[in-house]
Design a protein around this ligand. Structure first.
Ligand code: GLY
Length: 259
């Protein structure tokens, strides 16, 4: 079965980090309601959702994806690129130790999990403002014994690699061609976002279904026409915090009977 670790929205969400979008007023109660609907959508797709309590002092802590990388064999706690986010790591680590042996990125390395796209036995890591060469090198050294390769990927004008490209199925990626070089992923079938929906490349894959924001109907239609089962959720308040759907969970396989 699938487990999805999430964390409830912080009451301090409005003080979040922003890099590539303008600050806009965030309705935290609405963000929380949208996040609960997102959790219910994950459950409907077969995930057992773990909801960690809100962290009042950590504005971005709902975006749990950035603090860990979970593989079948091991989990890696990251060291987020934004100093304000480093306090998020320990609490997620406590939960992850119930499921995996846990390793960690150490200073001066930095990695945001949003920069890490696993495709088979290769982890592609965005060379963004959040993930530095030292962090990428450490990740490679930690994962080589487990048979994974790690490759840095330049990103252009976006927060994370997974702002620009995510996986739809074993052979296919959804891609924003302005933010990453599509030639890096030329061995995959590539579906591009609708050009009017710049932030639409971030979707969560759970089994044979895709979870994506409701605000990208044109890209959603492309995916439906390509044969995918798509579930759309309204995450507009979380998008104002420069969040996306992958950011709000750590989804991984656990022992069980479903999925
Ligand atoms: N607000 C999401 C981030 O910048 O990490």
């Amino acid at each position: 079965m699938w487990t999805a670790i999430t964390r409830e929205v912080s009451p301090a969400l409005a003080g979040c980090e922003l890099s590539f979008i303008e600050r806009d007023a965030i309705d935290v109660d609405r963000a929380s309601a949208q996040h609960h609907a997102y959790q219910r959508a994950l459950e409907a797709l077969g995930c057992r959702v773990v909801a960690l309590p809100a962290e009042p002092a950590l504005p971005d802590s709902v975006f749990v994806e950035d603090v860990a990388i979970v593989l079948d064999e091991v989990a890696i706690l990251t060291r987020p690129g934004a100093a304000s986010r480093r306090g998020e790591v320990a609490g997620v680590g406590v939960e992850l130790r119930r499921h995996r042996s846990v390793l960690a990125i150490e200073a001066p390395g930095t990695i945001d999990g949003g920069d890490v796209l696993r495709l088979g036995r290769t982890l592609h890591v965005g060379q963004s403002a959040r993930s530095n060469p030292e962090g990428i090198a450490q990740l490679g050294a930690l994962l080589a014994p487990h048979g994974y390769a790690v490759a840095g990927v330049p990103t252009f004008g976006c927060l994370h690699l997974k702002s620009a490209v995510t996986q739809l199925d074993d052979e296919t990626l959804l891609l924003q061609p302005q933010w990453v070089d599509r030639e890096r992923f030329a061995s995959f079938r590539l579906i591009e976002i609708d050009p009017a929906e710049a932030h639409a490349a971030n979707v969560v894959r759970v089994g044979d279904a895709l979870l994506m924001p409701a605000s990208f109907p044109r890209t959603q239609q492309r995916l439906i026409e390509a044969g995918y089962k798509v579930v759309a959720v309204d995450v507009s308040e979380l998008q104002k915090a420069e969040g996306a759907v992958t950011c709000c969970s750590l989804v991984f396989r656990t022992a069980g009977t479903v999925g």
